[in-house]
Write a protein that binds this ligand. Structure first.
Ligand SMILES: CC(C)(COP(=O)(O)OP(=O)(O)OC[C@H]1O[C@@H](n2cnc3c(N)ncnc32)[C@H](O)[C@@H]1OP(=O)(O)O)[C@@H](O)C(=O)NCCC(=O)NCCS
Length: 217
């Protein structure tokens, strides 16, 4: 498969395909299931898409790049990087995201909401503790559609952001899923911290460990 990269400036046009990719790629990932308990439905994808668009409004440092099958023009994956080039004041980096994107029925389930916010708290809290307002390049989301995985798209998308980070003189940082971890290791990221999501939060039989990883250039 011949792959090419496109920088996504107009999110509205690309969001439907991006959300198809995201929901298929993270189908079995408890973190995603906790944030979008309705599963892969049109309304959950619409809510998630709106969340990405709103995030761009609040985070001008965000850049989204898609990976396209050059023969068909179909987007197969995308990455979201946030390049924090300058020191940020505490009022900007210390905010915690609220789970406010759910539909009416889901919103009534306070227990589910508490779990989703506990998940976010673990990753955001770790990020804030490590970086505070210091400049860095955050790889906030990477996903490749399951039909197109293991063909180099993830690597290409990561290289794009890593090259930008290197050019800007920023360390690159991310929180790795189980699936992403081998790719990041291969690309030279090292473990700098770990996050434990307790079994009762994600609803499984054991505590899950996610790795915070960094690469310096
Ligand atoms: C992680 C992910 C983005 C990788 O994308 P990809 O396009 O399949 O990655 P690549 O084809 O570039 O893989 C490059 C190398 O990474 C490693 N790798 C990638 N996926 C792997 C997996 N599932 N298990 C083990 N190693 C893997 C391999 O070394 C691979 O090289 P190889 O295929 O020659 O063995 C993709 O599997 C995905 O979207 N997963 C679900 C969402 C997710 O977990 N995203 C990461 C969030 S932190």
């Amino acid at each position: 498969m011949l792959l090419s990269l496109i920088q996504i400036k107009c999110l509205t046009l690309s969001i439907p395909r991006m959300m198809e990719i995201q929901f298929s790629a993270f189908d079995s990932e408890p973190y995603h299931r906790c944030l979008y308990p309705g599963g892969n439905t049109p309304s959950a994808r619409a809510a998630a898409g709106l969340r990405v668009i709103q995030e761009r409004e609040h985070t001008p440092q965000q850049e989204v790049v898609g990976c396209v099958d050059s023969d068909t023009g179909v987007m197969v994956g995308f990455v979201k990087w946030i390049f924090y080039r300058t020191e940020r004041p505490e009022s900007s980096w210390s905010k915690r995201e609220k789970v406010d994107w759910w539909g009416v029925g889901e919103n009534e389930n306070k227990e589910m909401k508490r779990k989703a916010e506990a998940y976010l708290e673990t990753t955001e809290g770790t990020r804030q503790r490590i970086w505070g307002g210091r400049p860095h390049a955050l790889c906030a989301l990477l996903c490749v559609h399951p039909d197109y995985q293991r063909q180099g798209a993830g690597t290409l998308l990561m290289h794009w952001g890593m090259e930008r980070a290197r050019d800007m003189g920023l360390p690159a940082y991310l929180e790795a899923s189980f699936e992403g971890y081998p790719l990041y290791k291969k690309l030279g990221f090292r473990d700098i911290d770990s996050m434990i999501i307790k079994a009762d939060i994600w609803g499984g039989g054991y505590d899950r460990v996610y790795k915070a990883m960094q690469k310096d250039f």
